[in-house]
Design a protein around this ligand. Structure first.
Ligand code: ADP
Ligand code: MN
Length: 475
């Protein structure tokens, strides 16, 4: 009796001592007012962002005042503050395909001929010419690490002497090494936390822009992504924000993604880009892929999250669930045998739609990536989905079929097709092998045949696009 009393007293004491701690832990993750300020750098960046925004607003007012109704107007565009983290422009998300003119790159490379000089008599210019050399040095600054701010030397026709250039080069290299060390430290120190400072800033910006109301907390921490719940903010002119959103942050710690290469490397939609990209951009590509795939599914009417916005490696979509509670995964929900049967036929239908209408194979379909909400199944997690003509697309489909068949056969759905029947029903192919090994072999043979066919005739003539319809290529 006295022990129990002592415990109660202690508990009371503890509660009195740490009330704020508890409140913070349960409070929202990011709101307009309450944000984590543990990182000085981030705090400084946020403040800078506010200042820059105010400054720009003031600039716009002045611009308007000066120009009035005049037909000829003066633009203050060049005086706007462009904060490195505040590039809200859509180019930001697609900078891997940025083809804008690069002022540092000469249109046609000019070389000094072998003999070492151009021109005649008094107008001779040698390769040691101060002006030519200086410009060349300025252009060579583009080889420095991207974080190394070199300014707009072209804009003012900057000419760097060899001495200055060499000193800068040295500095750039030591900065690069230092930043790599710092970066490593930061990565490790935030491994346990949900997101790194840059991502936090990105999330904060979404709240600050009014797109999201509050980011309440984390729903899931996976190996490759972290998912947050958020309340939607105000609708913009072109977009209605759902009342509740899910934010999928693709992890920028790179090593987790190594084993996913096979999904994207052979996907011709991304093939040309893949080789040219750095790892950070490849991770953005996963987010982009998920967005495109979700959009295709949405267009086909398959129940799935609706895309709200994509920013770098952060994908915002509608939340499947209610009042911050995510819909349960199919593996965690106990369905009546009637609902189980209903779910099975719905999935069969969705797999066919996905294949025929969206020209996609989920490639990670299982009871873990299907949610039960509103009396039906919702498909999620489609960043790894590929087109059926992907060199391993049919193998992925077969694996999906195995998962689905097993789950429903174990779940007591007598009507559930076995994995081979399901595969044929979804793909429209007619593989007759009656055991797994032969079936798998036939699948691989088909893939190989298709690869050769595609090699010879181009991707549009793939052999097993649905019903002879051309696959959907435009995004
Ligand atoms: P991962 O690659 O980490 O498996 P998922 O896309 O499957 O990423 O998301 C992980 C978990 O987050 C899901 O199992 C689900 O519980 C939850 N989740 C993801 N997206 C949503 C969403 N739009 N609505 C509700 N919950 C979601
Ligand atoms: Mn998942």
């Amino acid at each position: 009796m006295s022990e129990q009393l002592a415990k109660e007293l202690q508990l009371e004491e503890e509660n009195a001592a740490f009330p704020e701690v508890v409140a913070v832990a349960e409070g929202p993750f990011i709101t307009g007012e309450n944000i984590d300020t543990s990182s000085d750098l981030m705090l400084a960046q946020m403040l800078q962002m506010e200042f820059d925004r105010e400054y720009d607003a003031q600039l716009r007012r002045e611009e308007k005042k000066i120009n009035g109704d005049s037909k000829v107007s003066i633009s203050f565009e060049n005086y706007r503050k462009v904060h490195p983290y505040d590039s809200d422009s859509s180019e930001d998300e697609v900078d891997w395909q940025d083809t804008r003119h690069d002022p540092y790159r000469a249109d046609k490379p000019t070389t000094t001929p072998r003999k070492g000089f151009i021109g005649k008599g008094k107008d001779i210019t040698t390769k040691h010419d101060e002006v030519v050399c200086g410009r060349k040095n300025t252009a060579r600054m583009e080889n420095f690490a991207p974080e190394f701010q070199v300014g707009d030397g072209i804009g003012m026709d900057l000419k760097l002497s060899n001495q200055v250039f060499n000193a800068l080069k040295q500095h750039a290299y030591s900065e690069e090494r230092r930043s790599a060390r710092l970066h490593e430290k930061k990565e490790h120190s935030t491994a346990e936390k949900a997101v790194d400072p840059k991502t936090r800033l990105l999330l904060y910006k979404m709240v600050n822009a009014g797109m999201l109301e509050t980011i309440t907390g984390c729903i899931s921490t996976g190996k490759e992504s972290v998912v947050f719940h958020a309340y939607g903010g105000n609708a913009t002119e072109d977009k209605v924000i759902p009342p509740e959103c899910a934010i999928k942050v693709f992890k920028t710690t790179l090593n987790e993604f190594k084993n996913r290469d096979k999904y994207i490397k052979d996907d011709y939609r991304f093939k040309d880009r893949f080789s040219k990209l750095n790892p950070r951009k490849i991770i953005r590509m996963w987010a982009e892929k998920e967005m495109h795939n979700l959009t295709r599914m949405q267009n086909a009417g398959i129940p799935c999250p609706q895309v709200v916005i994509l920013k770098k490696h952060v994908l915002v979509m509608s939340f499947i669930g209610q009042d911050q509670v995510p819909a349960p995964k199919l593996k965690d929900v106990t369905l009546s045998s009637e609902d189980m049967k209903k779910a099975y036929y719905q999935i069969l239908n969705m797999m066919q739609q996905l294949y025929k209408e969206c020209n996609l194979v989920h490639a990670d379909l299982s009871e873990y990536n299907m949610l039960w909400h509103d009396g039906k199944v919702w498909l999620i997690d489609v960043s790894q989905s590929v087109e059926p003509t992907h060199p391993h697309g049919l193998e992925f489909l077969f694996r999906d079929c195995k998962n689905v068949s097993q789950f429903f056969q174990k779940g007591g759905v007598a009507e559930a097709l076995n994995e081979r029947e399901l595969f044929n029903a979804v793909s429209g192919l007619n593989i007759t092998a009656d055991n797994e090994v032969d079936f798998q072999a036939e699948i691989e043979a088909l893939e190989k045949m298709n690869e050769d066919h595609v090699q010879n005739h181009g991707k549009k003539l793939s052999m097993f696009s649905s019903d002879g319809d051309p696959p959907i290529y435009d995004e």
